[in-house]
Design a protein around this ligand. Structure first.
Ligand code: G3P
Ligand code: CA
Length: 288
């Protein structure tokens, strides 16, 4: 069968391999990214941190502690030091049911190594993490994208979506290259008083997101990505999804790992999801 050609048409449902297929392999390792295509993922999700010597690496946390056998802040370590670390064994210990010997001793990849391995055969959904801690991160990212010819003449032709919780970081990217599609990440957390703490972008509670708020994001971004649950309770609803869809925006909730949640969100009209189990999302989408 012809392979699905993911575009940024909001009718095209996108399966985003969150940190690779991180349910089955150690997050942000090449082993995890290697699984995305076979599991029918449309995008490899890459979180970015930057080393002391200015190398962009694939890692979720600002510290290496959780996902390697080392300790300390990425910004205080050189790439050489990062490369000494074992980024796989923790997974075997934490998830014995998915453990594999080959995960032992896996290295933390640089973004450049990721591009060298998959080139134009993959699409990348890259998050600028903690951009305030890493000045110059956006310029380095765009330089690498250009070097590997991953940005096209328009949003549809781009092999990359750039995402961030930081509006400032996205605007910086937009200033550098207005053809790269951007997704504004949002985080909704009940504040204990019945309202919602706003950390980026939207100011009202998610169910009441206003057209003005969405329009402001629509000025620079092709879509939004949001936590869909908080403390096991839904924080978005169908009306929320449809308000964004009415503006032709992409709507990509994170991180959706359960089939029943996938089904509910598909029914509400989301245009893709971040998931640790790309294969499960692909088959759930196709079964509906
Ligand atoms: O980027 C979407 C989602 O991954 C945001 O949350 O913490 O997993 O990067 P986080
Ligand atoms: Ca992320």
């Amino acid at each position: 069968a012809a392979e699905k050609d993911p575009t940024l048409n909001d009718e095209q449902f996108l399966v985003v391999g969150h940190r690779g297929v991180s349910g089955l392999a150690p997050e942000h390792t090449l082993a995890s990214y290697d699984l995305v295509k076979g599991q029918k993922g449309d995008y490899i999700e890459v979180d970015l941190q930057m080393t002391k010597d200015g190398e962009l690496i694939a890692m979720h946390d600002t510290k290496v502690d959780r996902t390697t056998n080392g300790t300390g802040e990425v910004r205080d370590m050189t790439l050489d030091e990062i490369k000494q670390l074992d980024a796989g064994s923790w997974f075997n210990e934490k998830f014995p049911e998915y453990a594999k010997e080959e995960y032992e001793g896996l290295k933390v990849p640089t973004l450049e190594e990721v591009f060298q391995r998959y080139g134009k055969d993959a699409r990348y959904y890259i998050e600028t993490k903690s951009p305030d801690v890493y000045p110059g991160m956006e310029e380095k990212l765009l330089n690498l994208l250009e070097e590997y010819n991953l940005t096209g003449p328009n949003e549809e032709s781009s092999k990359v979506i750039i995402q961030s919780f930081s509006q400032e970081s996205l605007l910086k990217v937009h200033d550098l290259n207005e053809n790269i599609p951007l997704v504004q990440l949002l985080w909704y957390a009940p504040d204990g008083n019945g309202g919602y703490v706003e950390e980026s972008g939207l100011t009202s509670s998610p169910e009441k997101v206003t057209e003005e708020e969405l329009q402001a994001i629509d000025e620079y971004a092709v879509g939004i990505g949001m936590n869909y649950k908080y403390n096991n309770k839904m924080v978005i609803n169908e009306e929320y999804v449809q308000e964004a869809r009415d503006l032709d925006m992409l709507v990509h909730p994170y991180t959706v790992n359960e089939e029943n949640d996938m089904e509910t969100l598909i029914d509400w009209g989301v245009t893709g999801m971040f998931t640790n189990f790309a294969g499960k999302l692909d088959s759930t989408y196709k079964s509906i």
